[in-house]
Design a protein. Structure first.
Length: 407
């Protein structure tokens, strides 16, 4: 029999006893969600500006997702990728028709999609007469995942620590500093991998010159430009892909998070010669591109593109930054170093060592969920369906928290 728990306290007590303690958890148990709101086991209602860390793009229990899941439960959840399945083809077609890419390869998470990009880059070099090329240049403060290759690709010691020896073949440059990339470029480099907007690294959008400079450098050297859009793809920045805001086209790009509306899925999108590299037997996974995850991905993309959700992210993102600027300038000018973002990924860099006190007060006093990243950056990644009313509530909670802290 499956034991039923009645309260937050019961779930927490049993969770602390049975779950592996590798995540720091807030002291509530999430029970259900509705749009931009979530409810805990005790019935408390929270405004969700964490959004599953940029996963719940369509919010919680979007009717199209509910319908898709119900239909899927009665058709087929999984079949081997020895066979074709319609949802995988539909998802890939939607991505290709709305981007610069020609082919899509599915994976099960962001880390796996990035593993796919790294393997693709190494094989691409060998296929094109450069067996000596194996190094991928990534950026300091980046985040690319927790597998051994992707944690090594991640330019943060805190993510490497304890896991040495790490795989070889990664070098780190300064984000938004083209010269620092050129300084570590040599004949062994096969690709450059970067996020167009660093997410975990503190919500830092790349500059136009940086991304364009990387593109030109990769073209000059005959190596691949690869973007990690696990967090900022799937409509988050007000375009399907973040790089579409810059007009700079990579050779490959990863997706995950919001693509499946909560069901694990990742993707590597590729164009040109890079779209021909991963041949049968070189890469794959049992679950990748399965009918369940892909049906949800196709539905997610369809609603995002055709029901104005991506456009809403663009418009509401501007509203968020405008309103937040006004409140911060008026009430807390000394507390904040910078407000930055693109579409519906926004951050407030504080002049205090940690943003956690603000996160805690938003939670305790106003039941608003936000999070703190990279030490002292408050991060806001709500569902892309969020409207002005919810943004006003979130800003009010942040304002009140800073006032209470005397910031
Ligand atoms: C930019 C980026 N890449 C990769 C990952 C890893 O994705 P996953 O946790 O699905 O493996 C993340 C997760 O936060 C991310 O933000």
């Amino acid at each position: 029999m499956i034991e039923k728990f009645k309260t937050n306290a019961e779930v927490i007590e049993n969770g602390d006893k049975y779950l592996y303690g590798n995540h720091v958890r807030m002291p509530i148990s999430m029970e259900r969600g509705e749009g931009v709101y979530v409810f805990d086991k005790d019935g408390n209602k929270y405004l969700d500006f964490v959004g599953g860390i940029a996963v719940n793009g369509l919010g919680h229990c979007h009717p199209a997702i509910v319908k898709c899941l119900q239909e899927r439960a009665e058709t087929i959840l999984h079949c081997s990728n020895y066979f074709y399945n319609e949802p995988a083809v539909q998802t890939a077609k939607l991505i290709v028709e709305n981007s610069c890419f020609e082919k899509v390869l599915f994976a099960n998470s962001g880390a796996e999609a990035n593993e796919g990009q790294i393997k693709l880059a190494r094989k691409y070099a060998k296929d094109h007469g450069h067996p000596e090329r194996f190094v991928v240049i990534t950026m300091k403060n980046s985040f690319h995942g927790r597998t051994l290759a992707t944690c090594t690709a991640t330019g943060q010691y805190a993510v490497h620590r304890y896991f040495e020896p790490l795989p070889s073949g990664f070098r780190y440059a300064e984000f938004n500093n083209l010269q620092s990339v050129k300084d570590i470029m040599d004949e062994y480099v096969c690709a450059i991998l970067t996020e167009p907007v660093q997410g975990e690294g503190g919500v830092r959008p790349a500059s136009q010159e940086f991304l364009q400079g990387l593109r030109d450098l990769c073209d000059e050297k005959g190596i691949l430009l690869m973007f990690d859009e696990v967090q900022v793809g799937s409509g988050r920045t007000g375009k399907l892909f973040a790089h579409q805001n810059y007009g700079v086209e990579p050779d490959t790009c990863s997706m995950a998070k919001a693509l499946g509306s909560g069901v694990p899925i990742g993707a590597v999108c590729a164009r040109g010669e890079a779209a021909k590299t991963l041949t049968p037997g070189t890469h794959g996974s049992t679950f990748a591109g399965g009918p369940l995850a892909c049906a949800l991905a196709a539905t997610t993309l369809d609603v995002m593109i055709n029901d104005g959700v991506i456009e809403n992210a663009r418009v509401m993102g501007e509203y968020f930054r405008d309103q937040m600027h006004k409140v911060i300038e008026k009430n807390h000018p000394k507390a904040v170093n910078e407000i930055r973002g693109l579409g519906m990924i926004n951050g407030i860099q504080l002049n205090h060592p940690s943003g956690q006190p603000v996160v805690d007060l938003c939670f305790q006093d106003n039941k608003v969920l936000i999070n703190n990243t990279n030490g002292n950056v408050l991060r806001f990644v709500p569902p892309l369906i969020t409207g002005k009313e919810e943004i006003d509530l979130c800003i009010k909670a942040v304002d009140e928290a800073m006032t209470k802290l005397g910031w």
